[in-house]
Design a protein. Structure first.
Length: 99
């Protein structure tokens, strides 16, 4: 999907890190979304009625700043250097919480 050092997205270059959301750890406070300066991170519905978690609806907007991760008191978001895996996950999958 992406190749070489010039990993391009709609803005021109992918960040060196992207958020990785662990839905089961999220309490749904939305602090991460409120701290996202690009607006790419949104709260979306999971497979459980009434449960929402953060998800990069538009991962190409992510700057990799880490503000979402820093804002999460539950540790539900970490920054990963596996940018291509994160992009694929956000674009092709939806958050699932196993009960």
């Amino acid at each position: 999907m992406y190749s070489g050092n010039a990993k391009n997205n709609l803005r021109g270059k992918l960040p060196s890190k992207m958020p990785w959301v662990i839905p089961v750890n999220c309490e749904g406070c939305g602090s991460c979304v409120n701290n996202c300066k690009t607006g790419g991170l949104k709260m979306i519905k999971t497979n459980i009625d009434g449960v929402y978690v953060p998800w990069l609806i538009e991962p190409e907007k992510c700057s990799g700043c880490g503000r979402c991760s820093e804002a999460c008191v539950m540790g539900a978001i970490s920054m990963t250097s596996y940018v291509e895996d994160a992009m694929f996950r956000f674009l092709k999958q939806k958050p699932i919480i196993l009960t």
